[in-house]
Design a protein. Structure first.
Lengths: 482, 336
């Protein structure tokens, strides 16, 4: 058998190095191409997502109120971010070996495994005894690689999958709350939320109109509010028309309040006046306690300071942990009639007295409702700036500052995950506690109007749930503040 | 004629490679000028020779099988011998026998008289007409390139190629080649009936006498080319594709759709034959590396005689060529 012995020895030559260099360049070019394709796909998808989201919002905004969700711009940016992540991930993770590029180039150029074989000869994947065969094959591969760039550049692999990558990445990002928190944006066309808030405001206006000394004008406004509530509930008016009428009625309310009682203006203009009074009295109470029970008992008329009922109040008043009752009892101690926060005294208030008028729960309820209303509908379309907004954003503002102070003094414990997940119903605290602690909040007004001792947690508006969770214990823990 | 096993190594450089390639292309062109319209058959025969294999030509009478073999021997410059197989042909008529003779001194002696098998290119014409006993006389020669007569082994010349022909139509007075012998053939080339246009060209070119063909190669060149075929590089993907092909015809094949109709699948020797044929074909194409297209091109000739369709396959009208067609899907998948 004849043997083929070549004159040229088998050794790695410059041509093999050149082959590897060209293939590496092809791989870099391919990575750039693929990232470019991925980004292009992501851009297209982002545009589609923006258009579809905007269209869906435009369509649904005319009918039923949709759930608050991310806006078109947010969705588009999310998809684009997904595309960026996908492109980077594919570039890092999916980095095919040189053999893959050799095969792809062979296929693209319709070469019979020329570059593939040359690469295997170069990398000693296969061995041949003939240097002639080796060099001849590598030379053929180099000739193909030096051909026009269209041959050296393999086409994108599985463009369908490349198209899906940004979507998958975007969905993945959207489902990782720790990474991305979608800002929930209240929709101006959300009639449901509008009706709920309108109901609250109308109730507050009605309470105000039914209070002693209210004018007929205010009563007529309250009636108009009821009519508007009914029309909104029956979807007889559009959102724009309802909003316009609401603004008009509110201007009438302000006019009526300004005309009926000058004290009301003081309340509306100085929202923190009542709270200042609460704080002042709490401080006074603290000073009283520090001065000693005996001295206090003597001032009250000879009762020993050791008696827990020496101040004539309830047992709760002797519990320094219960600040809500503390305020009530302090009011009762100071003026002998109880304070304006005390519910039993509300009917005895003279509405013409400025101090009482300032502390009217209905007035505070109206103020809180207005703040809540403004917070819910203040943000225009498409201006989600990344901060939490909407019904959740002003919950803290809806809570009287005095409660926050009292709660902080009591080492307020935030609800744990177990508390939030297990409890689906929140038992209302004792009515007196609610009245004493949350006298000015519209939430308490709503609870009271329910007329029940137990209010279903799900029945509460979303903003109230967080409120209740933050400041009230569940029935198993006993009534009162946290 | 004995062949010197210790033949001097063949030196080969790029210039000589180019010359051999041109000569090979000239040989193919010369054969195509005589055997009109059978380019694929010519290519397959040359592949068989370059791959140091034997070729079984099958086709109806009168399509140029014998002429092709004779022309190949003429073009390649190989020592040619023709054996017309008949039912009364005996093995000794092929291999040769010992005869009583005299040496130069007039002293009687028994010497071996080589038969017609001792040639570089042997035409076994109508090989299926001989009895199995005679057919089996070819086994050792084809496989071992040796002939043993009277306990003496004689080496056949190098290169040694058997080109056998058989007629698939006439079954009367023929003996089907045993599977073991068929497996010795590297390729089974089907010589098709020429198309109308080709037949018209044949008639137009028919003259009173055949013009002699110019010899393009010689024995030494053929040896070098055969040695070069062995060194042709085959990428790992090519080998993997062939492995898949083989396993697709086995009983435990993953693709049971094909194996279900195969009684006897491709043997490892069949896989080797396919790769060798692909290498030779790549060289014929002017390449020193195998492409998947070479595998696809040589699948039919290299595998069709190694596949046995079972009864179920026969009932469905499946032929070995049909099985090969289905196997082409595996190669196409490997190419993608």
């Amino acid at each position: 058998m004849a043997q083929v012995r070549t004159r040229a020895p088998v050794r790695p030559g410059g041509s093999a190095v050149e082959l590897l260099r060209l293939l590496e360049a092809s791989r870099r070019q391919d990575l750039v191409n693929r990232m470019g394709y991925d980004l292009l796909y992501a851009l297209i998808l982002a545009a589609i997502a923006f258009a579809t989201t905007a269209l869906a919002e435009w369509v649904t905004g005319r009918g039923a109120a949709p759930e608050p969700g991310p806006g078109p711009l947010t969705v588009a940016l999310l998809v684009l971010a997904g595309g960026l992540v996908a492109a980077s991930a594919r570039a890092i993770i999916s980095r095919p070996p040189l053999e893959w590029y050799a095969r792809r180039i062979d296929e693209a150029a319709e070469l019979p495994l020329t570059i593939t074989t040359a690469l295997e000869l170069t990398t000693a994947t296969i061995r041949v005894d003939s240097a002639l065969v080796r060099e001849h094959t590598i030379a053929a591969a180099l000739a193909a690689l030096r051909a026009p760039s269209s041959v050296r550049r393999p086409p994108p692999r599985r463009p369908v999958f490349a198209l899906l990558w940004p979507v998958v990445a975007a969905v993945g990002l959207a489902h990782v709350p720790a990474v991305v928190t979608l800002p929930e944006r209240p929709s101006p066309f959300d009639l449901q939320a509008f009706a709920t808030a309108l109901q609250e405001v109308a109730g507050a206006v009605l309470d105000l109109a039914e209070s002693p000394g209210a004018s007929q004008y205010l009563q007529s406004i309250a009636n108009e509010f009821q009519v508007l509530v009914a029309e909104v509930n029956e979807s007889k008016v559009t959102a724009d028309a309802a909003t316009e009428r609401f603004e008009e009625l509110m201007s009438h309310v302000r006019t009526a309040l300004a005309g009926d009682a000058a004290a009301l203006d003081t309340v509306l203009d100085s929202a923190g006046a009542a709270q200042s009074l609460v704080d002042q009295r709490a401080q006074e109470r603290a000073r009283d306690e520090l001065s000693g029970h005996k001295q206090e008992a003597m001032a009250q008329g000879g009762t020993t300071a050791d008696s827990p009922l020496s101040d004539g109040g309830s047992e709760d008043s002797g519990d320094p942990q219960d600040l809500g009752h503390l305020d009530v009892d302090a009011e009762r101690r100071d003026d002998g009639t109880g304070g304006p926060f005390y519910a039993e005294n509300i009917l005895e208030y003279d509405p013409n007295e400025s101090e009482y008028a300032q502390e009217l729960p209905e007035i505070k309820a109206l103020r809180e409702a207005l703040e809540h209303m403004n917070a819910s509908f203040a943000m225009p379309v498409g201006e989600a700036d990344g901060e939490e907004a909407g019904v959740f954003s002003n919950d803290d503002a809806a809570v009287p500052d005095g409660i926050e102070t009292a709660a902080a003094d009591e080492e307020m414990r935030l609800p744990t995950d177990t508390d939030a997940s297990v409890t689906t119903r929140v038992d209302a605290p004792v009515v007196e506690d609610l009245i004493a602690v949350l006298d000015g909040s519209v939430e308490v007004g709503a609870w009271r109007r329910e007329g029940e001792n137990v209010v279903g947690f799900d029945a509460l508006p979303a903003g109230y749930r967080e409120f209740v969770q933050r400041y009230f214990t569940y029935r198993s823990e006993g009534p009162g503040l946290r | 004629m004995a062949v010197d096993e210790a033949a001097s190594p063949v030196d080969l450089d790029s210039e000589e490679l180019e010359r051999l390639m041109r000569s090979l292309e000239g040989a193919r062109a010369a054969l195509a000028s005589r055997i009109i319209g059978q380019e694929s058959v010519i290519e397959e025969v040359l592949v068989g020779i370059l791959a140091e294999g034997h070729v079984l030509l099958e086709g109806p009478p009168g399509v140029g099988k014998t002429l092709l073999v004779k022309s190949v021997a003429e073009v390649l410059g190989l020592e040619f011998s023709r054996i017309q197989f008949t039912p009364d042909l005996m093995p000794a008529d092929i291999t040769g026998s010992t005869v009583l003779g005299y040496d130069e001194a007039g002293k009687p002696l028994i010497r071996f008289e080589p038969g017609p098998i001792f040639a570089q290119l042997v035409l076994a014409d109508e090989v299926n007409r001989a009895t199995p006993k005679t057919q089996s006389a070819l086994l050792e020669a084809m496989q071992e390139h040796t002939v043993t007569v009277a306990s003496q082994t004689h080496v056949l010349p190098d290169p040694f190629v058997v080109l056998a022909t058989q007629n698939p139509i006439e079954m009367e007075g023929t003996y089907k080649l045993p599977e073991a012998q068929i497996d010795r053939f590297l390729l089974k080339v089907t010589v098709p009936f020429p198309a109308k246009g080709v037949l018209d060209q044949i008639l137009a070119s028919h003259g009173p006498r055949l013009r002699p063909l110019e010899r393009s190669l010689d024995t030494d060149s053929v040896r070098k080319l055969q040695g070069l075929v062995r060194t042709v590089a085959a990428a790992s993907s090519v080998r993997s594709a062939i492995v898949e092909l083989v396993y697709a015809t086995q009983g435990d094949a993953r693709d049971a759709g094909i194996a279900a109709y195969v009684h006897h699948g491709i043997s490892p020797r069949g896989a080797q034959s396919l790769l060798a044929a692909a290498k030779a074909r790549a060289l014929l194409q002017g390449r020193l590396h195998v492409g998947m297209e070479d595998v696809a091109r040589m699948m039919g000739p290299a595998l069709r005689h190694r596949l046995m369709v079972n009864y179920e396959g026969q009932a469905r009208g499946l032929t070995p060529d049909g099985v090969v067609e289905q196997l082409e899907g595996i190669v196409a998948k490997a190419r993608a």
